[in-house]
Design a protein around this ligand. Structure first.
Ligand code: FES
Length: 322
């Protein structure tokens, strides 16, 4: 897994709640920042098994630095708390080069819906705005105080095409969506990011209104829900290692990595959430049940790499190139 070292050049508060900060990252000596496209993110390596994904919220034209925004989640698993607590100006970080699982797809018209977090769609909105393309952005927040990038949206070049909705004023995703995601026009792409529940709601409503699956694009920042006994397809399967020929049982509520590590098979893992790209493993036979956020739809369809930390199998046996 390729990584590079960066220096924290500046830290600034984002919003007024004190829970969000912007971090400006610049190349450390010997490193070079590669360019990126709207929708890209970095994986930030905070320690063993502690990798977090943060969207780049500066413009792709803004060379020489990466800007990420981190909201401290006191109920989370520790990544954002560690960043807020330990990172100071001048500190070093190890990050992945920018990767993009949420590019702006080609379409006549774009509808962007951001629930809770607008960061992944900020630079995405700037691209169609800059070329005068047709688009609208709807940003859903819990309330004005919890929306750190509100001022940037209000003063942006696309402010007139931005709708801001605060759920503490009764204007939430569930209270009612605006017309744009629901009107099934041809040649329109709908990009949705935010909490799982919000995204699922938008996608469900848009699909019910006649949008085709190929028009709906989402990005998740949390792992897919772990398998649970009783889920559709949640049955035990066997994962077999090509080098030794030995098969290991993977119980209905476990991942491939669980099935391998329990009997002592060593595999390379890092985030263990399907977001860092440390564990994709060659798949030689059997049908994977991909549950990661690492691979693109095309890579998943190819089926020759499996993110074992979170994925499972749809067939009774899966043969891995280990
Ligand atoms: S360990 Fe990070 S994607 Fe599997």
């Amino acid at each position: 897994m390729k990584t590079l070292d960066v220096i924290v050049h500046a830290i600034s508060p984002a919003g007024t709640t004190g829970t969000s900060r912007s971090y400006e990252l610049r190349a450390a000596a010997g490193s070079t920042l590669s360019s990126f496209e709207a929708g890209a993110h970095n994986d930030v390596h905070l320690g063993p098994s502690l990798v977090r994904r943060y969207s780049l919220c500066n413009s792709p034209q803004d060379k020489g630095r990466y800007l990420i925004r981190v909201r401290r989640d006191d109920a989370g698993r520790g990544g954002s708390r560690a960043l807020h607590r330990d990172l100071t100006v001048g500190g070093r970080l190890r990050i992945s080069p920018p990767r993009n699982h949420f590019p702006l797809v080609a379409a006549e018209r774009h509808v962007l819906v951001a629930g809770g977090i607008v960061t992944p769609l900020l630079s995405t909105a700037e691209a169609p705005a800059a070329r005068g393309a047709s688009f609208v952005l709807h940003h859903y927040t819990s309330g004005a105080a919890g929306a750190p990038l509100l001022e940037r949206l209000r003063t942006s070049a696309f402010a007139e095409r931005t709708g801001i909705h605060h759920s503490d004023q009764g204007d939430s995703v569930r209270a009612g969506l605006p017309a744009e995601p629901l009107v099934p026009e041809a040649d329109t792409a709908v990009h949705v990011c935010g909490p799982d529940g919000s995204m699922t709601h938008v996608v469900t409503e848009a699909t019910a209104a006649g949008r085709q699956p190929g028009q709906l694009h989402t990005e998740r920042f949390a792992p897919a829900a772990p398998p649970a006994a009783g889920d559709e397809g949640a049955t035990e399967f066997t994962v077999r290692i090509a080098r030794t020929g030995i098969g290991y049982p993977v119980p209905a509520d476990c991942t491939i990595a669980d099935g391998l590590t329990a009997p002592g098979v060593e595999v390379e893992l890092s985030c263990e959430q399907g977001i860092c790209d440390a564990c994709p493993t060659p798949g030689l036979d059997g049908e994977p049940d991909h549950r990661d956020e690492v691979q693109t739809p095309d890579e998943r369809a190819a089926g020759d790499r499996i993110t074992i930390c979170c994925s499972r199998a749809r067939t009774p046996e899966l043969l891995l190139g280990l």
